[in-house]
Write a new protein. Structure first.
Length: 313
């Protein structure tokens, strides 16, 4: 067993494409396919159905996916902990995966423009708010960068942790420009509105499940909105993976505006509803221990506060 086999499998599950996954893993497609086959041989189970396009997980693959993700997180978290004595000065961040892609790089650049260079390290997303909070609570991370919403509570001891709202985002229902329903191609725009108006219309739905922040947030939003029929065709806790599925026309999903903006501007993804009541306004929060930490941690916190005073989130 090699950890790269697990990473290959998770990448394939995210993209549903052997060619795209091979590109992201920087290997040729034949080599990538061989590694997936080696993993299947080691497990003694077929994980990917090769008879479908895009590629789909078999029942065994769906059962194994969360185990593979957890194994990767565990190995890398252990590596980060073991590295700490050898890499002094790094400011450690636990962060939700989407924010490491969409928000963190630009935000760090602004911080450094205002307060000098900060040496940082991102702990791999452990999946779910509680698991990432554990990294902060257990002193494995100096900061936790997360989405936040009033209806998705965080279990933090009052007085022990401080937070800043450093930006805002929105979760928006999006769908490909064209989608196949009942064997016929139909426009994706306002698909959700049509599903509400036509109770018999069941639309394909790309779900976060209930083990992620967005999954929990949507479980609070949807019961308050008009009912519509949906059938879950794919589940993934990672927004980028769901977005790649949506781009193939696989179904409707809620995506962070910051992540999907380029695809929306290009017209590859369109709003599934004209009613903004389906959107979910989100905060992006930075959490830390209230007690003083090392100088670099304090400098970054103060710089983040100063940025907000100059230009409120």
């Amino acid at each position: 067993m090699e950890i790269k086999w697990l990473e290959d499998f998770v990448t394939l599950a995210d993209t549903s494409s052997f060619s795209r996954a091979a590109e992201l893993r920087n290997v040729t497609q034949p080599a990538f396919s061989r590694r997936i086959k080696q993993l299947e041989n080691w497990l003694g189970a077929t994980l990917i159905s090769r008879a479908t396009m895009p590629a789909e997980l078999t029942p065994a693959g769906r059962n194994f996916l969360p185990l593979a993700q957890e194994s990767i997180r565990t190995f890398y978290a252990a590596r980060e902990v073991l590295r700490l004595p050898n890499e002094p000065g790094l400011i450690l961040f636990a962060a939700l995966h989407t924010l490491t892609v969409t928000f963190f790089p630009r935000w760090l650049k602004k911080l450094e423009a205002a307060g000098g260079t900060f040496s940082t390290s991102l702990i791999p997303d452990r999946g779910g708010i509680e698991a990432n909070l554990d990294a902060l609570i257990g002193d494995e991370a100096d900061f936790f960068l997360t989405y936040a919403h009033a209806e998705v509570p965080f279990h933090l001891a009052r007085g022990q942790f401080a937070s800043l709202t450093v930006a805002h985002d929105r979760l928006i229902p999006l769908v490909a420009t064209e989608i196949v329903l009942s064997g016929h191609a139909q426009p994706g725009r306002n698909l959700l509105d049509r599903a509400v108006a036509q109770p018999r219309l069941a639309i394909p739905y790309l779900s976060y499940g209930l083990n992620s922040f967005f999954g929990v947030a949507l479980s609070r939003l949807l019961p308050r909105r008009p009912p519509f029929r949906r059938r879950t065709t794919h589940e993934n806790t990672i927004s980028a993976g769901l977005m790649n599925m949506a781009l193939t026309g696989a179904g409707l999903c809620w995506l962070p505006e910051s992540l999907a903006r380029e695809e929306m501007e290009a017209g590859r993804l369109v709003p599934a509803s004209a009613d903004e009541g389906w959107n979910l306004d989100l905060e992006i929060r930075l959490y830390r221990h209230a007690a003083g930490r090392n100088r670099k941690v304090e400098d970054l916190w103060q710089t983040a506060q100063q940025l907000l005073e100059r230009s409120p989130a």
